[in-house]
Design a protein around this ligand. Structure first.
Ligand code: PLP
Length: 363
């Protein structure tokens, strides 16, 4: 059955671990002898609550999240967080600082601008977001409510590996496309959020990790569903949560633990990425990586070929050979291989061989 699986390099929603899909299939119509699918369980039932709480506990364990931090499962995607962050944390008379490293940072910034005062801490737009700014490029202003960054730039293929120390300024990160891919020091962050559909599970769940003091800083008069304290007080069960997505997330987290946790996943991710970056680097310009070397993402590998015509040919032949999702994002063009946690080493190996072969024939 595994042999029928596609070489899936989609940017999101993306590949899920095969073992997780199989487990979900086995349990689909009768979860733990209930005679019901997880989808059919009441979110107030003890059986569902156990799934929910285990998912929270697993995430805390895997990411080594400090005990007092809150873990929330929300809806609306990371895009809704772009608005709820300033709604809650951008107080009057304060400014929010945004570090601009790509389209998702721009979208997050756009929402904050609608709700209050903002400024750009640093930006690499000038070079089409091909790098992460150096730490000494970051300039914070007085009266900053929080600093926001995007840890992995899905579209441009760059990633932060050393995060800024913002001292007393709350640091908020959109980790949608690299959460769970390598260990990070969660205690550096006031808030981390991520749409689930890359490394965590299916779309429909948004994970929020929140330092408790942020609740005290939050604005009053925010509508109930958009307030973080509503979800904290109710353990993300204020209204009906995306129960099936949270169940899938819990299976993915179990799988991540079985792989050896984030250290082991990081090692695999480095090896997988090296297979493809090595082909790019040894191709003498046949393949041209978009990102500067020390900013290269281990999750999304962006590259171009000499001409659009050659890119079209590459993508057409790749499709023919069974590869899915290698087209670059429309705003950058070219090609992109997204190699999240669940993309097997073998798929990356087959892609690197395909790239070498294509170069031989067309170089
Ligand atoms: N942030 C990043 C880094 C992303 O890659 C994405 C994309 O899918 C989003 C935000 C948007 O997430 P969502 O579709 O969950 O709103």
């Amino acid at each position: 059955k595994q042999a029928q699986r596609a070489y899936n390099f989609n940017a999101g929603p993306s590949a899920l671990p095969f073992a997780v899909l199989e487990k979900a299939q086995q349990e689909l119509v009768n979860f733990q002898g209930t005679g019901m699918s997880v989808m059919e369980l009441s979110h107030r039932s003890a059986t569902y609550e156990q799934v929910h709480n285990e998912a929270i506990a697993s995430l805390k364990e895997l990411m080594n999240i400090p005990e007092d931090y809150h873990v929330l499962f929300l809806q609306g995607g990371a895009s809704t967080q772009f608005a709820t962050i300033p709604m809650n944390f951008l107080a009057q008379g304060k400014k929010a600082g945004y570090i601009m490293t790509g389209s998702w940072s721009e979208k997050a910034h756009k929402e904050a601008k609608m709700l209050g005062e903002t400024y750009v801490v640093a930006s690499t737009k000038e070079t089409n977001y091909n790098r992460i700014p150096a730490l000494d490029e970051l300039k914070y202003e007085d009266n900053t409510a929080y600093v926001h960054l995007t840890s992995n730039n899905t579209i441009f293929g760059t990633e932060w590996f050393t995060f800024p120390d913002t001292g007393d300024l709350p640091l908020i990160a959109d980790m949608s496309s690299d959460i769970l891919s390598h260990p990070i020091d969660v205690s550096k962050f006031a808030m981390i959020y991520a749409g689930a559909q890359k490394n965590l599970g299916p779309s429909g769940v948004t994970v929020v990790i929140l330092r408790p003091d942020m609740l005290e800083r939050a604005n009053a008069n925010v509508p109930t569903m958009f307030r973080y304290d509503t979800h904290v007080k109710n353990n993300s069960l204020y209204n009906t949560p995306p129960t099936f997505g949270i169940y899938m997330l819990s299976l993915v987290l179990e799988w991540a633990k079985e792989q050896g946790g984030l250290e082991a996943l990081a090692k695999m991710n480095k090896e997988k990425a090296a297979l493809i970056y090595d082909v790019i680097d040894q191709s003498e310009g046949f393949y041209r990586g978009h990102a500067e070397k020390d900013s290269r993402s281990l999750m999304n590998i962006t590259f171009r070929l000499a001409s659009e015509e050659l890119e079209k040919k590459f993508l057409a032949e790749a499709k023919e050979a069974g590869f899915v999702g290698l087209n670059g994002h429309r705003s950058v063009g070219g090609c992109r291989a997204s190699i999240y946690n669940a993309v097997p080493y073998e798929s990356c190996k087959v892609l690197s061989e395909f790239m070498k072969d294509f170069m031989k024939k067309n170089g």
